[in-house]
Design a protein around this ligand. Structure first.
Ligand code: NI
Length: 574
């Protein structure tokens, strides 16, 4: 009986080994590479730079469980570890047995070290390896990070002999192993660097601990202990450097970056380091030249990122031409000996295949001009574009194919509305209370008014809208936002605009009867009581209508283009 039991035990102990060994080999061949995580504790120290040189030479990434006190002593080395793509991790501040400490001391060991590692390296989010591998459930519950142990113990601190370190690594390594070493021993540095080429021959890829788990589809949990990560048939693939593609277009160089899905791309265009200076890539962007684009892809910047891709563009971009239109005559300037100016007058975007500019051009009203600068050895400049309108206005941001073009063109000519300067109109900007009142005042012919008697603290007599507000207030067309404020720079809501227009029309003698008018907007219940009659009035006159869903949107703001369109309709009525 006793004999039988021991036989059973032997079989039971052998079974997992017999089954798992071939299974591991099969899955490793079937899916992904053999992965191994080299880890170094207790540093950084005087030998760490030599280790980093060797790892860099062989293009190997590793994980460094640093002591906070040592990172303070060797901050430049700690920083180098992070910058060269290794994972920075925590081994506490000064190597205590955490189970012997109070709760607050345990947390202090972890938090202080995280702060130091972040400040010295720039990295964040640190895995923790407890000194001596010593934890209990209390300590585990206090550490908000995965606890990383090891599955191969090289005993490098004990043997202190590089050949033995090499032999121990090679003897015990397997796919998914986490190898424990200490970069504070010179013999360890030689030992591990000698082992790497043999491990490479055996088909190993060297990964950080974070990468090891990500590659196999596992997310380590805070407070849980991890020893290794054996092959499980999954390999999500290494983070590979982004692909940089560029296309020349009329406003500079369009840059597109692509990398594995799930990774984030960080880039710079001035040749600086994308790890520390990079912007997050959110979509294709345009840049001037010459430039140096550098980019990396990361699943996590600390230990799970790609190498840096780089593209240098030495060809300069030509400077955009200056465009002026005066009395219908187009003048372009800014070309150089090696570049020329090209233009179109049919609304299409100019390229270097368009007409070459040689002398001022007489335009006919209703023309859109496009111009670029370019030449051999240059990327074509940004496009410069302007409209010479039907009413002979020059506009840089309004074009005949836009629904609001005619309203804006008419109001500018009538002097009822003006641009915001430099021939820009900003049709999509919100119209403000001050602007709307000014439009009405202009339309009324700018009558005499005494702006010095205004009760509003936020309207100064020198403001462009002071006379307009004064006039509209005296006419009862507007009231303040309070007794002492008018809020001239506030965007106007559609129901407020309705009320002001209605009041203006009434003051001007409009006697439209709204007693029988009923509103059929889907969102009638959102119209304030004070605005209801005004909304009926402007709806009855056809100045306002609902959107495609039948909503009036009383609390939405209006754009300058919408205001121009409404005021134009109002003028046509009178
Ligand atoms: Ni240690």
């Amino acid at each position: 009986m006793k004999r039988m039991l021991s036989l059973l035990l032997t079989i039971a102990m052998l079974l997992p080994i017999c089954i798992s060994t071939p299974a591991t080999q099969i899955t490793a061949q079937a899916a992904g590479k053999k992965l191994i995580a080299l880890t170094f504790d207790d540093g950084p120290g005087p030998y760490t730079n030599r280790l980093l040189d060797g790892l860099k030479k062989q293009n190997v990434k590793a994980t460094f469980f640093m002591l906070g006190s040592r990172a303070e002593a060797y901050p430049e080395v700690a920083k180098r570890v992070y910058q060269e793509g290794h994972q920075v991790a925590s081994h506490t501040y000064d190597h205590p047995d955490l189970t012997s400490l109070s709760n607050s001391s345990v947390q202090n060991q972890v938090w202080t070290t995280s702060d130091i590692l972040h400040k010295t390296t720039g990295a964040s989010d640190f895995y923790v390896r407890p000194p001596y591998g010593s934890v209990n459930s209390r300590v585990q519950s206090l550490i908000a990070a995965p606890l990383i142990y090891w599955s191969v113990d090289t005993r490098d601190w004990e043997v202190l002999n590089s050949a033995k370190v090499t032999a121990n690594i090679l003897a015990d390594s397997y796919d998914g192993a986490i190898v424990l070493m200490h970069d504070i021993h010179s013999t360890t540095i030689d030992g591990v660097l000698n082992a790497i080429s043999t491990l490479k021959d055996r088909g190993y890829e060297f990964v950080t601990v974070r990468e090891l788990y990500r590659r196999r589809g596992i997310t380590p949990k805070n407070g849980e202990i991890y020893y290794s990560c054996k092959a499980n048939g999954k390999d999500t693939g290494a983070a590979t450097a982004p692909k940089i593609t560029t296309t020349e277009q009329s406003d500079g160089l369009k840059v597109t970056l692509t990398a594995q899905s799930g990774s984030t791309i960080y880039y710079t265009t001035d040749g600086s380091d994308p790890l520390t200076k990079g912007k997050k890539y959110t979509g294709a962007f345009t840049t001037g030249t010459p430039c140096t684009i550098r980019a990396l892809a990361a699943f996590h910047l600390n230990g799970d990122r790609s190498d840096i891709a780089e593209l240098k563009i030495t060809t300069p971009t030509a400077k955009a031409p200056n465009l002026t239109i005066e009395d219908g005559v187009l003048t372009l300037s800014g070309g150089s000996d090696s570049t020329a100016i090209y233009y179109t007058t049919d609304g299409t975007t100019a390229t270097t295949n368009a007409l070459r500019y040689t002398a001022p051009v007489q335009l006919t009203p209703g023309t859109v001009v496009s111009a670029v600068c370019g030449g051999k050895g240059y990327l074509t400049s940004r496009e410069v574009r302007a409209t010479y309108s039907d009413n002979e206005n020059v506009l840089r941001d309004v074009y005949p194919n836009q629904w609001y073009y005619q309203s804006i063109d008419k109001l500018l000519t009538a002097g009822v509305m003006s641009g915001i300067g430099n021939q820009y109109f900003e049709p999509r900007a919100e119209i403000t209370r001050g602007q709307l009142v000014t439009i009405l005042y202009n339309y009324a012919g700018r009558p005499e008014t005494d702006e010095s008697t205004l009760p509003f603290d936020d309207v100064a007599v020198t403001d462009y809208y002071a006379k307009a507000v004064s006039w509209a207030y005296a006419q009862g067309i507007v009231s303040g936002h309070s007794d002492t404020t008018f809020a001239p720079k506030d965007p106007i809501l559609r129901q407020e605009m309705s009320q002001i227009l209605s009041a203006y029309l009434r003051a001007a003698g409009d006697d439209t009867d709204t007693a029988e008018t009923t509103l059929s907007y889907t969102d009638c219940d959102r119209i304030s009581d004070w605005a209801e009659d005004a909304v009926k009035h402007v709806t009855a006159l056809g100045l306002f209508s609902g959107d495609e869903k039948g909503n009036f949107n009383p609390r939405d703001t209006a754009t300058r283009a919408e205001a121009a369109s409404v005021v134009c309709k109002m003028i046509e009525l009178s």
